[in-house]
Write a protein that binds this ligand. Structure first.
Ligand SMILES: [Zn+2]
Length: 195
């Protein structure tokens, strides 16, 4: 290999690295579900950016060009001007659903057992919320665009208590039997035995 061929290979490798790293950085930055305030009705909407297209643009031109891939207000508002993209450009991480959920649970304790919620285990042990009426549901069962409103009015529930509440909700007979057991125990006469 001549010096020129070697130099050419090095330059190509560097160029490929720069393009690939630009692609991956932009893709990671803009993938995933986000919650923004829709400029049209000033209410929360969940959107996804076309991260693949943004990454391709960034790799080729170095510029960030965003376009929505989906929105919870589509198809009714499919022809909108996508002005919400400025919110994503201003704070790409801040409006990500994962960041919103992490931020809300951070430092909170479970309303049932008073234990810290702790670091979130997203898929295996998702925490939950409890409404003012006492209904418990996992945060991931709530449409993302409703999360800001739900987090304003609900209380945090740890995964273990969420499991227990879900079990009791789907097995109301167990609630009755537990209540009866408690009643039975409550009506037992105090023992006079000495041990
Ligand atoms: Zn708990």
């Amino acid at each position: 290999m001549t010096i020129w061929a070697f130099t050419g290979s090095v330059v190509l490798a560097i160029a490929a690295y720069v393009i690939l790293s630009g692609f991956l950085t932009t893709y990671r930055k803009y993938r995933g579900l986000r919650v923004i305030t829709c400029p049209e009705n000033l209410e929360s909407s969940s959107v996804r950016v076309d991260a693949l297209r943004a990454a391709q643009w960034a790799a080729v031109s170095g510029d960030t060009v965003l376009r929505l891939r989906s929105c919870s207000r589509w198809p009714e508002m499919a022809g909108c001007g996508q002005e919400c993209l400025s919110q994503i450009m201003a704070a790409p991480e801040g409006c990500a659903v994962s960041a919103i959920v992490t931020s809300w649970y951070d430092g909170k304790v479970c309303v049932y057992c008073n234990q810290p919620i702790g670091p979130i285990v997203w898929h295996e042990r998702p925490p939950a919320v409890r409404s003012a009426e006492g209904v418990t549901r996992e945060w991931k069962d709530i449409p993302a665009e409703q999360l800001p409103a739900v987090f304003r009015t609900h209380q945090p529930v740890c995964f273990n208590c969420s499991l227990t509440e879900g079990f009791l909700r789907t097995h109301p007979d167990m609630v009755v039997s537990r209540g009866r057991t408690a009643e039975t125990q409550h009506t037992l006469a105090p023992s006079s035995g000495v041990y």
